[in-house]
Design a protein around this ligand. Structure first.
Ligand code: KG4
Ligand code: ZN
Length: 350
């Protein structure tokens, strides 16, 4: 039985390596989780530059690994397996983690697991927190910079089907992801990348009713999301405000109103999905799950629902969630002959 797994995540702009130990059937203790965030490097460009991301992963991964091993107090003998994100993401960035994982698995004779990034996010809720036994059906929302996906699954991840992140998908965004909507509208308002955190921060000082932005696909029959209309509406409003030279004074109201529109849509669709699939438990993961207004409204408007979210440090990309997958799911490691041929894929459908 696997007890300690080393997880590697390099799919985008975070180079993260963690050591995670299983201490109960769905309880995981993070022994170390070291993340080098490249946000400052990409900020001048207003978004992630893939070439910069992969080059920087190459430069930092050794240091991140050294520190993760040192802080965990675990030696190679005590590590049972290595798991690495190999899809979806920026291929050049993913390849750095995949190559490091292959080399380590080969040199230290460890089992190697190739992990879907969203499967990692979904299990991040079990890191460093003991959850009660979850009775299915369970609604899982992965709300991040790249995805706005809803899934209906069993309560315990050990029972989730092999390709559940494809077969159990019940809704997704037709265009921009929720995190992307935060980031793009923040950029329009002159806020730094990644904008979600800044909108969250500035919105606390603003009026969510100051501007009315569109909430697309309102009907109950459609569980999918769409955020591109919101982006266009914000662009037009910001242009008018800029012309009046009022951006500084109206920014907090803009942030609060944009945030309210995104949170409204997320909550409405989650509520429709919970009704339709008779779910009593909700797990919300991904960067946007850290949003304070979303958490506040969930707590007040979903009182009869059991809601679980990861600890804030495990909402955004991290190695611990990737290590969690082989510990909680019954999945097979790569075969010996696949070990050195493992590839990375930009899409999640591999
Ligand atoms: O899960 P994540 O680290 O990366 C992806 O897999 O995409 O999510 C990053 C996204 C970014 O779009 C960022 O703006 C958003 O999560 N985000 C937030 C907050 N913190 C991060 N959005 C809204 N409010 C936040 N507090
Ligand atoms: Zn992510």
């Amino acid at each position: 039985m696997k007890e300690v797994v080393l997880g590697i995540e390099t799919s985008c702009d975070e180079c993260s390596i963690a050591l995670v130990k299983k201490i109960g059937s769905t309880e995981l203790k993070v022994l170390s989780n070291i993340t080098y965030s490249q946000i400052d490097l990409h900020r001048p460009y207003g978004g992630v530059v893939p070439e910069i991301a992969s080059r920087n992963h190459l430069e930092t991964i050794h240091f991140v690994l050294d520190r993760a091993l040192r802080e965990s107090g675990v030696c190679w003998n005590a590590i049972d397996a290595i798991s690495v994100t190999n899809r979806p993401g920026l291929v050049g960035a993913l390849l750095v983690g995949v190559s490091a994982a292959k080399a380590m698995a080969y040199a230290h004779q460890k089992e190697l697991y190739a992990i879907h990034h969203l499967e990692g996010h979904s299990l991040s809720v079990f890191l460093d927190q003991k959850l009660p036994e979850i009775k299915g059906p369970l609604l899982v929302g992965v709300i991040s910079g790249g995805h706005t996906n809803l899934y209906v699954v069993e309560g315990n991840p050990i029972h989730w089907k092999k390709d559940w992140f494809q077969t159990n998908l019940i809704a997704s965004s037709l265009d921009d992801a929720a995190g992307e909507a935060f980031d793009k509208t923040a950029k329009l308002m002159g806020l730094p990348y990644p904008g979600g955190v800044w909108i969250d921060e500035n919105a606390r000082k603003g009026d969510p009713k100051a501007f009315h932005f569109p909430r697309a696909l309102k009907e109950k029959s459609n569980l999918n999301f769409s955020f591109s209309g919101l982006k266009t509406a914000v662009a037009l409003e910001v242009q008018k405000i800029r012309e009046k030279r009022q951006l500084e004074e109206r920014r907090n109201d803009l942030c609060a109103s944009v945030q309210e529109a995104i949170v409204d849509v997320l909550l409405r669709k989650i509520s429709f999905a919970m009704d339709r699939y008779r779910c009593q438990t909700l797990v919300l993961v991904g960067g946007v799950a850290a949003n304070s207004r979303l958490r506040e409204r969930l707590a007040s408007e979903f009182r009869s629902t059991d809601i679980f979210s990861p600890l804030p440090q495990y909402c955004t990309d991290n190695g611990a969630m990737i290590a969690a997958v082989p510990l909680l799911r019954s999945i097979a490691p790569l075969k010996q002959e696949e070990l050195l041929t493992l590839n990375a894929f930009s899409s999640g459908s591999h």
